[in-house]
Design a protein around this ligand. Structure first.
Ligand SMILES: *Cc1c(COP(=O)(O)O)cnc(C)c1O
Length: 237
């Protein structure tokens, strides 16, 4: 791959990290409490390798088949893989062993289906409940009102560890709408944590290239960033 592309990605990454730190600072938060998930769904394994080499140990993919392919191609690197898109149950057994964190646990059925393969792996599945904060019918995710019942069901799944919530801002709503959406998700996390002290719901996965700064201001612990990483390269979206 071209030197310039690698250099551009490194420079973009530096800028993103600086903006993340500034957003954390504005909210009086420790910058170290926010982790960057570099989304590699727009690029091939070679570019993903460059992203990892630039210092991103956490990579995210939305399609499981693509995650399988890249995990295999980059098996020599200590990457933590994040499944950030919908996971069909028939792809679960193959995906679960590769994952550090499933961000998109979006139904009670999927959570139930995780228990057996996670027990077989002898490693609890680490998951976030995806919440459809905006109520957009085209989006995956549990309605906010179903989150408590879904968590309650997870008490029966000892190999499923729910670690927090994931959500996306309303499409086309702009930064102020995103701020409200993220504030709601943060509030829901706090309520659920109070109601379910037996779970450690410390993670809030929210914020993408367009809105990661407001997400951090509202308490994001994980931001999922794709397009901003590839600006000025042939992979720009
Ligand atoms: C693609 C994707 C992202 C990254 O979006 P960008 O706007 O490219 O930063 C984050 N989260 C999910 C769930 C995605 O599908």
């Amino acid at each position: 791959m071209q030197e310039e592309v690698v250099a551009q990605i490194r420079q973009n990454l530096q800028g993103i990290r600086r903006r993340m730190a500034e957003a954390a600072g504005r909210a009086g938060r420790d910058a170290a409490a926010v982790r960057l998930i570099a989304v590699t769904k727009y690029v091939d394994s070679q570019v993903a390798r460059a992203v990892a080499a630039a210092g991103c140990a956490d990579l995210g993919e939305s399609r499981p088949q693509e995650l399988w392919r890249k995990a295999e191609a980059l098996a020599d690197l200590p990457i933590r893989w994040h499944q950030i898109g919908h996971l069909q149950r028939n792809k679960l057994a193959r995906t679960l062993p590769l994952l550090a964190l499933l961000h998109a646990a979006d139904s009670a059925r999927l959570l139930q289906s995780l228990e057996q393969p996670a027990a077989t792996l002898e490693r609890p599945a680490q998951v976030l409940l995806e919440i459809n904060i905006s109520g957009d019918a085209s989006k995956h995710g549990l309605p906010p009102g179903d989150a408590a019942a879904t968590l309650a069901a997870c008490r029966d799944y000892p190999h499923v560890q729910v670690r927090g919530l994931m959500g996306m801002a309303s499409r086309g709503g702009g930064v102020e709408q995103a701020r409200q959406d993220f504030a709601r998700l943060a509030e829901l996390r706090a309520e659920l944590q109070q109601q379910f002290p037996e779970f450690s719901l410390e993670e809030l996965s929210m914020g993408m290239s367009q809105d990661f700064e407001v997400a951090i201001e509202q308490g994001a612990t994980l931001v999922r960033i794709g397009s901003a990483l590839y600006q000025g390269t042939p992979y720009q979206k």
